[in-house]
Design a protein around this ligand. Structure first.
Ligand SMILES: [Zn+2]
Length: 412
């Protein structure tokens, strides 16, 4: 392929991506006005329902503006060869080739993060604030940003550094070695997420003795699942939205409950939510999704190895010599249709797993408290009761609330 064809291909993919997501977003936005299904009545009163509609409209409009803007910035950068221009600049200032890649990715990361900053601020302090979700103070926001940057510089710097070194040492087979590195890193992050990363941003406290802990212990003994490490996270520091998750593998696994979740739900509902999470473990969803992500990364790296030293790809983005980092960037754009398809397949699998975890919770605990917990979560998060099926198919990692409740009601 000539560099011109590659450029047009990348521009075509960028336009297709944008239009595809736009169409889905518009369909979903219209779908909100559909009547509320019978299984979902009583979640909102009339006033709260109107508020949820206003919230979703605000979020939709805001993301439409920011995605349109970044689309045009990207088109301009491709059309005017800005990536190639940046490549020439970093080569001129970097004393060795190795550093030019680090500069290149570093500059792109900080430029896009700083361009996105006004949107971040508006989203948090105007939209989320207006609907009563935001609890982030300006101080927390600034500290989060600084910690995030520091972490990216350290972790990202090491990852990019290892990648560059492997490409230089093994131009053909680097992808196998880098694949091993990422797989080890993924397992490592999963194991130490709650002990190393979360404490940088939040406070974790072990769940104190009391009736909630007793109820959880009682359930976990019944299903033969050790739940010794239960922690409460101060999610209320940033938002009133609620959540719960598991982290870690094997005996080291931890359950993390948001303080906001505990405040808003009854003990029965909390145990039901945990029973759902236990279902993910018992059905081996966590291990399988990790295996699949590792396989997906391997496939991606192999494809990347096919074009990483292509001069035509570098020229397509406006570079005047063959540039490894330009090719990595171009690969990301060329790969995007494949990654959309993989994403849809992963969401299909994830939704199937959610049904299974719900069923597990219904069978081993109870149906009613899980349904009422899900309804409450939707109401406090001002969630959409009638998302468009096409939007759900592409973007939802969980089935819609209606689908989940109807499936749970069918469990004998
Ligand atoms: Zn789940």
């Amino acid at each position: 392929m000539t560099s011109e064809t590659i450029l047009y291909l990348i521009i075509g993919i960028t336009i297709f991506d944008f239009v595809f997501n736009k169409v889905l977003g518009i369909l979903n936005n219209k779908s909100r006005k559909k009547p509320i299904p019978a299984s979902l009545t009583g979640i909102y009163d009339e006033e709260k329902y109107a508020e949820s509609q206003r919230y979703q409209t605000a979020v939709f409009k805001f993301s439409a503006i920011s995605s349109t803007l970044s689309f045009f910035v990207m088109l301009a950068m491709l059309w005017f060869g800005i990536f190639g221009w940046l490549d020439a600049q970093v080569r001129a200032i970097a004393p060795v080739e190795y550093l030019s890649s680090l500069y290149f990715f570093g500059i792109l990361y900080f430029a896009s993060d700083i361009l996105g900053l006004p949107f971040d601020i508006y989203g948090t302090f105007v939209i989320e604030e207006k609907f009563g979700f935001n609890k982030t103070t300006a101080k927390t926001f600034v500290l989060d940003k600084l910690k995030g940057w520091l972490m990216t510089v350290i972790v990202g710097g090491i990852i990019v550094g290892v990648f560059i070194a492997l490409v230089a040492l093994f131009p053909q087979t680097f992808w196998i070695y880098f694949w091993i590195v990422t797989a080890v890193l993924m397992v490592f992050i999963n194991m130490f997420y709650t002990s190393l990363i979360i404490p940088l941003f939040n406070k974790l406290t072990p769940l104190g003795d009391g009736t909630l802990k007793d109820a959880i212990t009682h359930y976990s003994q019944k299903v033969g699942f050790s739940l010794n490490n239960i922690f409460v996270i101060d999610g209320s520091k940033r938002s009133s939205k609620a959540n719960a998750f598991f982290s870690g593998l094997g005996k080291k696994k931890k359950v993390v409950l948001y303080d906001t979740l505990i405040d808003q739900h009854s003990e029965e509902e909390l145990v039901a939510v945990l029973a759902h999470e236990v279902g993910h473990y018992k059905k081996k969803h966590i291990v399988w999704s990790m295996v699949l992500s590792v396989a997906q990364i391997g496939f991606m790296l192999w494809l990347l190895s096919l074009l990483i030293s292509s001069s035509e790809v570098s020229w397509a983005l406006g570079a005047n010599s063959t540039s490894m980092h330009i090719n990595v960037l171009a690969f990301g754009m060329l790969f995007s249709p494949v990654s959309t398809v993989i994403g849809i397949l992963m969401n299909l699998l994830s939704r199937k797993n959610e049904y299974e975890a719900d069923e597990y919770a219904v069978r081993t605990y109870d149906r009613k408290p899980l349904i009422s917990a899900l309804k409450k979560l939707t109401a406090t998060n001002l969630g959409n009761l009638t998302p468009h099926p096409a939007y759900v198919f592409v973007n939802y990692s969980h089935p819609s609330l209606q689908q989940r409740i109807e499936a749970m009601e069918k469990v004998a």
